[in-house]
Design a protein around this ligand. Sequence first.
Ligand SMILES: [Fe+2]
Length: 283
Amino acid sequence: MAITSMNDPEYQQKPNNCRLTIDNREFIFDLQGKFSHGNDEVLFDPDGLMEHVSWQKEGFTILDLLSPTETNRLITNLSKILNQILTEENLGSLNALEKYHEVIDSDEKHQKVISRTRFLTSRDFEIDLNEISRRVSHELDKEVGIDNPLLEEEIIILRISRPESMDINPLHRDGYLDIWANTINVWIPVAGCNKWSSLPLIPGSHWWNEQDVVRTPPRNAVINGNTYHVPGIIGGPEPLHAIRPDPAAGQALLFTPFLVHGAAINQNSDLTRMSLEFRLCAQ
Ligand SMILES: [Fe+2]
């Protein structure tokens, strides 16, 4: 049974367990933090960026975003960026992105890499983020762009998840951080993304009332010794049932920053999963 409230006796016994199902398979992992319920309010604004979309109820969609040429250019670009980081850190070189774990074969090496891939910016990429913003704006029928007035520069995260590892962030909502409340999340598969590794999300969870959500404050959730900026969620008004929509190459997952997502456990035994994520802001 999933842990759904602080009154649940099991929750009191094991306050640091996050239990969820992903496509009906149950997972439990250790999530450290100071947990509490929120106020009686729903944070998602139906008149905001997703006012006109047909997928407002579910909170996400899969969009055809990049052409095959653009997809190949993106993969080449990311290989170049990663190999540059590996060279600078004296960690060898990569031939195929999905075989990253064969080169970066220890947690220590992986930490060195992700300390840099978590904070890329548009200047690191050759892809046209303005054109991507135009395509997403068209889908939303509202104007969004990479410039976020609350940030000096929007970060673009290359997420790397080694096979059968705990390279995951907690279930979370980016929208808890004010800087991302008025944005739309864009998640692009890059390598090793399939139904066993794609980003899990909980459809409809952007409508959850905060008093039913059990979560940590910002910069408090810890998994495997890593602290995350976003508050980690371990309970909602219903058991935590996530699905993996699994967008194909060239497609992107678009979702509201108030949709609960994360815990992207990579169940592949021999493929590293890489994905790109950023947020486009209302203009
Ligand atoms: Fe996120």
